[in-house]
Structures are given as structure tokens and as C-alpha cells.
Design a protein around this ligand. Structure first.
Ligand code: C2E
Ligand code: MG
Ligand code: MG
Ligand code: MG
Length: 281
């Protein structure tokens, strides 16, 4: 009996695996097609100053509108793009689109505006990205003051990648450490990283009011970041309570649905007048 149950569990498991494999394969094929058909878009989400609530920057977030499956979230397709070696191409698409949109963003939101772009750790594994950016900076030196590059801490396990980050930072790009608090990095590591901004992950923000300890931890992260001359951005701010406390403990900027959702560039001015506008997806 037990043996039988074990066997059918095995069969079920491999059926699941097969299904997963098929889904992955289909997604991979579709990803290649999406690149050819230009089905990717870049949405922008505002980041506001915690005191004035004025927009200081935007985060560029990729969107994939599949012709019959609708929007497929980046959390689903980015890992697959990384696995199958398509992330460099997709990453460059986002970067080029953002660079194209910069003039409009400056005109609309003022010339102190900045845009942050997410970089996959894979994009730092070879020199394609850094070559592209250094050529860009050579022809347009002022571009670095408008751009922030968001990386995650796993980048720091690879020496060559760290070296590339240092080079990009030396060129003038601001470097932001995304999703802080989800990995293993401690504050002692942060002090040695070539970064300018610390983005506190939304998991911290969402449990901020759970316990006193959570709140103390958050407060200390912000304080230490400040001591290290790092700007802090809290992600996933959804309530006025979170906003008030984050601003009280000295977090410099806030990002979240409370202020704005990610929207296409055409909808930006509208979305900033009202935080109730929903993401068009
Ligand atoms: P991330 O870089 O940490 O981006 C923040 C995510 O939080 C975005 O999800 C954003 O829509 C979401 N978010 C913002 N405010 C709130 C809020 O108040 N509540 C909640 N629940 N969520 C909020 P999104 O756009 O689905 O992106 C997910 C992740 O996919 C990103 O996390 C990033 O890791 C990755 N990603 C997105 N675009 C790109 C890209 O162009 N290149 C690369 N390599 N990765 C990207
Ligand atoms: Mg990010
Ligand atoms: Mg994040
Ligand atoms: Mg994330």
C-alpha cells in the first residue's frame, strides 16, 4: 500500500515536472517572439520625497503584453529570460527605451528628475552592458546624472561584476541596492558596497507595524544607512500609517501604490495627480 502510494506520488510529481517543463519551453519560445514583435513595454512608477511628496524619480518596470494571455508579470518571465540567455537583450531594450524617454521626463517633471533601471545580475556577467553604457556616456556625459542603476546583492558574489559596478559608478551612475532585507547581506556588508541608495524591501514595510522589534530594526537600518551617506527608499508603501512612520524615522524617499502605480509614460502626469489611478493591466 505504502509502496503504491509512493509510486503514484512519483508519477504525479513527474507529470507536474513535465507540465512545468512544457510551460517553460512555451514561455521561452514566446519570449523570443515577443522580442521580435516588440511586445515589451516600459512602465514608470513614481518615487516621492518623504517630506514634500514631490516626485524625485521614477522606476522603470518592464511589462509584457502577450497577445492572447494578457499581461505576464516580470516575476514570471524575467527568471526564464535569465535562464535561457535572453536577459541581456531584454535589459538593453529597457535601457534604450528609458534613454529615449528621458527628454520627455525632464521636460515634464523638471531637470532634477532621475530614472532607475533594474539590472539583472546576468547583465553584469559580461561586458556588453558596461560597453554600451560607457559609449553612451562618452557621447553624452550628462546622462549619468539622470540615471540610477538598481542591482541586487547577489551581484556581489562575483568579483568581475563588482568591478563593473565600480566602473559604472565611477562614470557617474548612481547605484541602488534593490530588495534590501530579502537576502543575506547584513549592514556590515553594506558599508563596503559601492552603492549610493538603499531600497528597503516591501516585506519590511508591510510588517512594520507587526511588532516593536520590526519597527526598531527598520529604524536602525535607516539610521545606519544615513550614517553611511546612503539615501533610503522604502518600497511598497501602501498606507498612510506606513508613510507617516517611514518619514518620521528619516527614510528619504517612498515608493508605493499609496502615491502611484506603475503606468505607461503617457499616463504619468495623470497618475501623479491622483493616487487612485489603477495600473493599466
Ligand atoms: P522591484 O525592482 O523590487 O520592483 C518593485 C515591484 O514592486 C514592482 O513589481 C512594482 O510594481 C511593485 N510595487 C510597487 N509599489 C507597490 C506597492 O505599493 N504594493 C505592492 N504590492 N507592490 C508594489 P513588478 O513591476 O511586478 O516587478 C517585479 C520585479 O521584476 C521587480 O522588482 C524587478 O526585480 C523585476 N523587474 C521589473 N522590471 C525589470 C527590468 O526591466 N529588468 C529586470 N532585470 N528586472 C525587472
Ligand atoms: Mg527595482
Ligand atoms: Mg525591490
Ligand atoms: Mg523585487
Amino acid at each position: 500500500q505504502a509502496k503504491e502510494a509512493k509510486r503514484s506520488a512519483c508519477v504525479l510529481y513527474s507529470l507536474e515536472m513535465e507540465k512545468d517543463g512544457r510551460v517553460r519551453y512555451e514561455l521561452e519560445t514566446e519570449l523570443r517572439r515577443a522580442i521580435e514583435m516588440d511586445d515589451f513595454m516600459v512602465y514608470y512608477q513614481a518615487i516621492v520625497d518623504s517630506k514634500t511628496h514631490k516626485v524625485t524619480s521614477f522606476e522603470a518596470l518592464i511589462r509584457w503584453q502577450h497577445r492572447d494571455q494578457g499581461f505576464i508579470p516580470p516575476s514570471v518571465f524575467i527568471p526564464i529570460a535569465e535562464d535561457v540567455g535572453l536577459i541581456n537583450e531584454i535589459g538593453l531594450f529597457v535601457l534604450k527605451r528609458v534613454i529615449n524617454d528621458l527628454d520627455y521626463l525632464k521636460e515634464t517633471f523638471g531637470s532634477s528628475i532621475q530614472v532607475s533601471v533594474n539590472l539583472s545580475p546576468n547583465q553584469l556577467k559580461d561586458s556588453e552592458l558596461t560597453d554600451y553604457l560607457s559609449a553612451l556616456v562618452a557621447s553624452e556625459p550628462s546622462i549619468t546624472q539622470y540615471m540610477v542603476l538598481e542591482i541586487i546583492e547577489s551581484v556581489f558574489v562575483d568579483d568581475a561584476s563588482v568591478h563593473r559596478i565600480e566602473r559604472l559608478r565611477a562614470m557617474g551612475f548612481l547605484i541602488s541596492l534593490d530588495d534590501f532585507g530579502t537576502g543575506f547581506s547584513s549592514l556590515s556588508h553594506i558599508s563596503r558596497m559601492p552603492i549610493d541608495i538603499l531600497k528597503i524591501d516591501q516585506s519590511f514595510v508591510s510588517k512594520m507595524f507587526d511588532t516593536e522589534r520590526d519597527q526598531k530594526l527598520l529604524k536602525n537600518i535607516v539610521t545606519i544607512a544615513k550614517d553611511l551617506d546612503l539615501k533610503t527608499i522604502a518600497e511598497g508603501v501602501e498606507t498612510e500609517g506606513q508613510q507617516a512612520l517611514l518619514s518620521a524615522i528619516g527614510c528619504s524617499s517612498l515608493q508605493g501604490y499609496l502615491f502611484a502605480r506603475p503606468v505607461p509614460i503617457e499616463s504619468l502626469d495623470v497618475s501623479l495627480l491622483s493616487s487612485k489611478v489603477s495600473e493599466q493591466s
